[in-house]
Design a protein around this ligand. Structure first.
Ligand code: UGA
Length: 432
């Protein structure tokens, strides 16, 4: 096994997870980030990203002197493998903005040691590895695509127990250099050309988005036809060719990845002259789903599809884009909240991961630290994120403090009978 140190550029959610996990494999890892305050905190083992297991891996890596953090980009130039874990946000026209990657590359190129391999870990447009290799213009330096498939809330677990490892390289020796890092993990390694690896990442995220949009489309159909989405998706999910995951209806998919990656795939397809209407519809269904939730709330609270929400007090349960994370980026909960606010509703919200000590407002929502305060005086409660502990709330108490005991459960999380027993009129998604 090679002893050569590994470099990681970027200490965000992907970079920090990569650095801490690779250090746990026994490698020496240098992780560089331009944010000096973050680097200082990380060197004290203070991790602000809320990922199970991450803080202890960072602390262990620091204690074993295998992991270090620095703001000095040249500190990674001597490493044999350098992971690029930089943000690639949605740029103009839906394509990914690669400026962070390009700037780092421009600074590193002349400093890289002979034979080093740059590894793109964060999601980058198809063709990036080949483009970067051309930009570096050094025959001794290779760029390999090794996309991450980490879910927020279980990133460390996903890194240590991957379902597949994809290594996209034009040079077999460079592919081996990267594969060697993972050789003790029990996972199939798919070795491909760089473009296939890059596309496989977009293809996976777009497919997940498509599955959820399909479930949301079926939920709408269920409401019109008097069927139950839970029964329909349970039946579908038992077919091993379909599988049960990503069939839960809700307020639409969100987060920092699926929206960005579907947009980027559409952008890439357009650039390649390909028709990608299936993905376009996936995005379109998602945006309609948010408006559908607003219409549901309007009807449940006012009793009319055109009833006014002006000045109506609504309580929101959940603000993050899914349970198990504090991430509010591209949260469907906030998209629904924004439309409710536009309609004139006055919003109070509670989320266990967003305490008011962090902020007393999230967009249009005044945040409180107690779910019962959300119900107090509300003409309706809207559950937007599937935090399991919402099931344990005292619903009779929620009903007692509400002005009107009406609840729209956009995640179908709560037991309809329990709510009915508590005197609450519950409206779900895709149920008759
Ligand atoms: C997603 C992918 O699942 C990861 O494999 C990928 O590595 C990651 O993006 C990335 O590109 O970095 P993540 O953004 O953490 O991970 O979120 P997901 O768990 O995929 O959830 C995305 C959205 O879909 C959430 O808003 C969630 O509530 C929604 N969803 C998910 C549903 O509405 N229904 C479902 O059945 C499943």
């Amino acid at each position: 096994m090679s002893n050569h140190a590994v470099g990681v550029v970027g200490a965000g959610y992907v970079g920090l997870t990569t650095a801490a996990c690779v250090a746990s494999f026994g490698r020496r890892v240098t992780c560089v980030d331009s944010d000096a305050a973050k680097v200082d905190a990380l060197n004290r083992a203070e991790v602000t990203i809320d990922e199970p297991g991450l803080q202890s891996l960072v602390a262990q890596g620091l204690a074993d002197r295998r992991l270090r953090f620095t703001t000095e980009l040249p500190a990674v130039a001597g490493c044999s493998r350098i992971f690029l874990c930089l943000p690639t946000p949605k740029g103009d026209h839906g394509g990914a903005d690669l400026r962070a990657v390009e700037s780092v590359l421009a600074q590193l190129t002349g400093l890289l040691r002979h034979g080093s391999v740059l590894v793109t870990k964060s999601t980058v447009p198809v063709g990036t590895a080949e483009r970067l290799e051309r930009a570096i213009a050094r025959s001794d330096v290779r760029v390999v695509s090794n996309p991450e498939f980490l879910r927020e809330g279980s990133a460390v677990h996903d890194f240590l127990h991957p379902e597949r490892i994809v290594i996209g390289a034009s040079d077999p020796a460079a592919a081996d250099t990267v594969a060697e890092l993972y050789d003790h993990l029990q996972a199939p390694v798919v070795t491909t050309g760089p473009s296939s690896a890059e596309l496989a990442k977009y293809a996976s995220n777009a497919f997940l988005a498509m599955k959820v949009s399909y479930a949301n489309l079926l939920a709408e159909l269920c409401e019109r036809l008097g069927a139950d989405i839970g029964d329909v998706t349970r039946t579908m999910g038992l077919d091993s060719r379909i599988g049960p995951a990503f069939l839960a209806p809700g307020p639409g998919w969100g987060g920092s990845c699926l929206p960005k990656d579907t947009a980027a795939l559409l952008h890439t397809a357009r650039g390649a002259g390909a028709e990608c209407s299936l993905v376009r519809d996936t995005v379109e269904v998602n945006s309609r789903q948010r408006s559908r939730m607003v219409a549901k709330v309007r009807f449940a609270v006012t009793g009319s599809p055109t009833g006014s929400l002006r000045g109506v007090r609504l309580g929101l349960l959940g603000l993050t884009f899914k349970a198990g994370t504090a991430d509010l980026r591209d949260s469907p909960a906030l998209a629904v909240a924004e439309q409710l606010a536009e309609a004139g509703a006055v919003l109070t919200g509670y989320d266990p991961a967003v305490p008011p000590s962090r902020t007393d407002r999230v967009g249009e929502v005044r945040t409180v630290d107690d779910p019962y305060l959300v119900a107090k005086g509300a003409a309706g409660i809207v559950l937007l994120t599937e935090w399991p502990h919402f099931r344990e709330l005292d619903w009779a108490q929620m009903a007692a403090v509400a002005e009107q005991p009406v609840l729209v459960d956009t995640r179908n999380l709560l037991d309809a009978q329990a709510l009915s027993d508590a005197g609450i009129h519950r409206v779900g998604v895709g149920t008759p």
